[in-house]
Ligand binder design. Structure first.
Ligand SMILES: [Zn+2]
Length: 119
C-alpha cells in the first residue's frame, strides 16, 4: 500500500533496480537506457515502460497546474501571455526534472512486481 522507500530512492538516483548502484541511463540528459547495467549486468532491454512515465506525468501535471492556473485567473486575472509564461515554463521545468526518475521508478516497479519478464 505504501510506496517502497528504497525503490523511490533508487529511482531518484536513476539506478539499476537489481543492484541499485549502476546507472540506468546513458551519459548526458537523455532518456535512452544503457543496454546493460554496468555493475550487475542486468539486461535493460527487457523493460517495457513504454509511455507510462509520460502519461502519469501528464495526469499529475494537469491535475496540479490547471487548478493553479484557474486560481490565478480568478485571483488577479493576468494577461494571457503571463499564463503562458508561468504555466508553460513550470510544466517544462517539472517535466525535464522528473521524467527520468519517474521512468526509473516505473522500471523499478516492473522489476519488483513482474520479475519473470526480466529473466
Ligand atoms: Zn545493476
Amino acid at each position: 500500500m505504501f510506496p517502497d522507500i528504497a525503490l523511490l530512492q533508487c529511482a531518484l538516483r536513476c539506478a539499476c533496480p537489481q543492484c541499485r548502484q549502476g546507472s540506468l541511463y546513458k551519459p548526458g540528459l537523455t532518456l535512452s537506457l544503457r543496454n546493460r547495467c554496468p555493475v550487475c549486468g542486468l539486461d535493460f532491454a527487457k523493460n517495457d515502460s513504454a509511455d507510462a512515465p509520460a502519461v502519469f506525468l501528464i495526469f499529475i501535471l494537469g491535475a496540479a497546474l490547471v487548478p493553479l492556473a484557474l486560481a490565478l485567473e480568478w485571483w488577479i486575472s493576468p494577461p494571457l501571455w503571463v499564463h503562458a509564461v508561468i504555466w508553460g515554463g513550470l510544466a517544462l521545468l517539472v517535466t525535464v526534472g522528473t521524467l527520468r526518475p519517474l521512468k526509473a521508478y516505473i522500471i523499478g516497479l516492473q522489476f519488483k512486481h513482474r520479475r519473470t519478464d526480466w529473466e
